[in-house]
Design a binder for this molecule. Structure first.
Ligand SMILES: Nc1ncnc2c1ncn2[C@@H]1O[C@H](COP(=O)(O)OP(=O)(O)O)[C@@H](O)[C@H]1O
Ligand SMILES: [Mg+2]
Length: 243
């Protein structure tokens, strides 16, 4: 029997021929316009490409180039003005707002530049917070939060509040919170912008380690290209277009 069966026509489907894994995301001609005082601002001018599953992909580009706009679309926080996006093979541009919110809470974790932790909650409660949308017992939630805080190296300080720990530790909590729902995709928008360079490298290394350990897909946007490990998949956006 012929072992070398003809591969599917990947070029027609816009899949990179050397893709080692199935795709987490495929996007085609994504545009985004914002209207400010009746003036239209074109933040994305037609972006097409793919993000492989089970890797850490970096989105780079200068400030104002459209990185956050793209990540918000990828993470189902915002919708494109036109274009198509599929996540894990599902065409998500067709989902209703409620279905998109449900898809997001089941499949996507977010990490922000400003950590976005809730100051009055303990670290453990912060990590438990997104689990409230999931069907879990209180006990399972507590255990899950504790396990991911352990994984990011904060097992010893779960009862502290965000104000009592350093910026790097806060971002570790945010990583644990993003992981806790066990999402297929984690998107991080400038997660190191408020951190010194050594802590920034630690957070990028932590995300890469967590990506491998939990076999998730991570997309990190940063304008600091020195943080990008060699060989990483990179998508560069300049003025709303792929460089
Ligand atoms: N909510 C918004 N309303 C109007 N314009 C916006 C909005 N968000 C972003 N923009 C504009 O879109 C462009 C891209 O912004 P953004 O995606 O935040 O870039 P980056 O994250 O690369 O710095 C910029 O010109 C910015 O001013
Ligand atoms: Mg941004």
């Amino acid at each position: 029997m012929n072992q070398h069966t003809e591969p599917a026509n990947f070029e027609d489907r816009n899949i990179p021929l050397d893709a080692p894994h199935p795709l987490a995301a495929q996007f085609e001609a994504i545009t985004k316009e914002y209207t400010l005082d009746k003036v239209k601002v074109r933040a994305l001018g037609g972006i097409s490409g793919a993000i492989v599953q089970g890797a850490t992909t970096f989105i780079t580009g200068p400030s104002g180039s459209g990185k956050s706009t793209f990540l918000n679309i990828l993470g189902l926080v915002d919708r494109p003005t036109s274009g198509a996006l599929s996540l894990f093979g599902e065409d998500v541009t067709r989902l209703s707002d409620a279905a998109a919110a449900d898809f997001r809470s089941r499949n996507i974790g977010f990490i922000f530049q400003s950590f976005n932790l809730i100051p009055v909650l303990s670290l453990r409660e912060n990590v438990e917070f997104p689990l409230l949308r999931h069907r879990m017992s209180a006990r399972a939630r507590r255990d899950r939060a504790a396990a991911y805080l352990e994984a990011v190296g904060l097992g010893g300080m779960m009862d502290r509040r965000p104000g009592e720990i350093s910026g790097g530790q806060r971002q570790r909590v945010a990583v644990a919170r993003a992981l806790a729902t066990e999402p297929r995709l984690i998107v991080a928008d400038e997660p190191t912008a408020n951190l010194d360079s050594r802590t920034s490298r630690e957070i990028v290394a932590l995300l890469a380690r967590m990506q491998a350990e939990f076999d998730t897909t991570v997309v990190i946007c940063t304008h600091e290209t020195q943080l990008i490990p060699p060989q990483s998949p990179v998508i560069e956006i300049i003025d709303g277009r792929l460089a």
